[in-house]
Design a protein around this ligand. Structure first.
Ligand code: F0G
Length: 350
């Protein structure tokens, strides 16, 4: 039986005899072929890595399990994070299960409803900051310096250690690294963690190749692409509404060492990819996750030769996290009284 990231990859994680091998069943997520999208972009093979299938619905659980295990090992009683939503949901869940008090600071009005619901139900203390994610991160860093509380944002190195296991899974599933890895970029931890994972597996002889890392920021929140901090980032993809990513340098290194790129994708392109994933492949990712697919379409439009490429797009979080974006989609819901004739009429007849 699969027993979570810590047991499964224990020899590749910074664990000791004293680290509790906790799990909520994170990792081991599906890698699903996307043949219709592959045909549209003109690439040989396209797979979607469904990180929304983690226990709290996003990839954050992979890193959180390591960060929380190490916090427990160190005797910590409290954890804290800033978050656009998914990190806080994950911290709250692992904190609840493994006996830590959890404090989360989220940007007021800019966190998807499902994520806020998770933090509340798991029993975290929630602060809605009248400010953005970057300001929240700055404050929780200072809080963790001043008090006896463990910071579980991705500036905690154990987070990236856990997140790198997704790269291991891709190589284990595909038999080698993909040619291209398309991934959304927000605080820039995940792209850095994947690259670390690919390099470690490659060095260990588990893969023959390394992927080109293709990261995608939202156009209104694209500090790495523009090369400057964005004071007031804006995007519909609230998970990646970040103007000063903590792992900026690591992400640039991942890009450059791998011969990859980091580009910006517009909100329109994100929403188009969001719809296509759902309606053409049956995969409901959250808007930030759709940035990876939007990015792949953009590469194809720019003329990148994908004919022989095996591509993986990371779908970082579940679409159910953000019902409001889904419900704003152009839709054709018609109301009808409960009788057959009225319903046949409402459907336009048979
Ligand atoms: N996709 C989703 C669904 C996310 O929640 C995030 C980040 C990213 C992509 C970007 O990953 O930050 O490692 O570059 N969410 C963080 C949070 C910031 O607080 O939940 P990254």
């Amino acid at each position: 039986m699969y027993q979570g990231v810590l047991r499964h990859y224990r020899e590749r994680l910074p664990l000791t005899e004293a680290t509790p091998l906790i799990t909520l069943g994170e990792g081991n997520t599906p890698l699903v072929a996307a043949p219709r999208l592959a045909r549209e972009v003109g690439c040989a093979q396209l797979y979607l890595k469904l990180e929304g299938c983690n226990p709290t619905g996003s990839f954050k659980d992979r890193g959180m399990v390591v960060a929380v295990a190490k916090a427990v090992e160190a005797g910590s009683a409290r954890i804290v994070c800033a978050s656009t939503g998914n990190t806080s949901a994950s911290a709250a869940a692992y904190g609840a299960r493994f006996g830590l008090r959890t404090l989360v600071v989220v940007p007021k009005g800019n966190i998807a409803a499902g994520k806020l619901a998770q933090a509340i139900v798991y029993g975290a203390q929630v602060i809605a900051l009248e400010g953005n994610f970057d300001q929240a991160l700055d404050i929780v860093r200072r809080l963790a310096e001043a008090h006896d509380i463990t910071l579980v944002n991705s500036v905690n190195p154990y987070r990236l250690e856990g997140q790198k296991t997704a790269a291991f899974e891709l190589v284990d599933d595909l038999g080698d690294a993909p040619d291209l890895l398309c991934i959304p970029v927000g605080n820039a931890g995940n792209i850095s963690a994947y690259w670390k994972g690919f390099k470690e597996y490659h060095q260990a002889g588990r893969s023959h190749t390394l992927p080109r890392m293709m990261g995608f920021e939202a156009a209104g929140a694209a500090p790495i692409v523009r090369g400057v901090r964005i004071e007031q980032p804006e995007t519909i993809a609230s998970a990646i509404r970040i103007g000063n990513p903590a792992s900026w340098k690591l992400a640039v290194a991942a890009r450059d060492e791998s011969g990859g790129a980091i580009q910006a994708v517009t909100d329109d392109a994100i929403l188009e990819a969001y719809r296509k994933m759902a309606q053409e492949e049956g995969i409901f990712g959250e808007p930030a996750s759709a940035a990876s697919v939007a990015g792949l379409f953009q590469l194809a439009r720019q003329g990148m030769d994908l004919q022989r490429a095996r591509v993986v797009c990371v779908i970082t979080g579940s679409g159910l996290k953000d019902p409001d974006t889904a419900l704003k989609m152009p839709q054709a819901i018609r109301e009808a009284p409960p009788n057959l004739a009225a319903i046949e009429a409402a459907l336009g007849g048979f």
